[in-house]
Design a protein around this ligand. Sequence first.
Ligand code: BDR
Ligand code: CA
Length: 313
Amino acid sequence: MKPIPLILDCDPGHDDALAIILAAKNPALKLIGITTVSGNGGIAKVTLNARRIATLVNLHVPIAEGAGKSILGEVEEATDIHGESALDGAELPEPKVELSKLHAVDLMAELLRDSNEKVTIVATGPLTNVALFLKMYPALKEKVNEIVFMGGSATRGNRTPFAEFNIWMDPEAADVVLRSGLPLTMCGLDVTHQALVTKEIFAKLESMGTSVSKTIIGLLKFFAKTYDEVFEMPDPPLHDPVAVALLIDRSVVKCRKVNVQVELTGTLTRGATVVDLHDRFGARANCEVALELDFKRFWELMLDAIAQSAITK
Ligand code: BDR
Ligand code: CA
């Protein structure tokens, strides 16, 4: 099978870092570019983190910096979860990977234009860059194979009681994506809260004993601590790699195709994804929603990617 060409738009972030590693190291995928968006940290921080992770795992693909604020001009950081650097918990190498001179949205356009096959976009941060790309380059929509995004929830949120962080950060951008008419898959909290970094997973990482696995343990221990403090979840959910894993093996998640819209105006519910599981609106089913995770298969893929990245000490 030919590897699937994909662009990863992300805001690293602990789980984004592991999404980069999975996208880079599984042979079923061909990662052709990384673009960054502000979210877990300001744009300069998350771009630096993306370049550091690429350096850690010896990955050489174009990396471009994108939107520093939401479409409405809002900025926020998730220091309570990801720390001051947006990727606290381990020493990371200084970046040896160049930063593209292009804006993320223009790099997306260039990569799609130059590709002789359709390209998949995976978004693991706020959807600002993806929405801007769709608005600025409408003719390139036909080169998008599908968009898979981590964000939203069919039930409750994490940034507010009803809004998940990535959607909360830029609901207008999420709205553009959900109305795009492109094939969409949403990996929301329903499924990512099943991708837990359990004690058994930590033990498997420990047994790898490589420099990369040691760095990842440091990052995930920090993530586990903040998740426990903020959400009383001692085993933290590794959200973002789920959106990558399902491209490698569709059986990793079970989805339902339903209508999904985003709440833009609610005073208490802005940024909530309204997932019509029982077709109460009778509206067009615009999005596959991942609801169930094959935990064992997910971790097989993730641990294998980490092992592939490793330079044994
Ligand atoms: C999402 O928000 C960020 O903190 C994570 O990186 C993930 O993309 C989870 O709500
Ligand atoms: Ca993220």
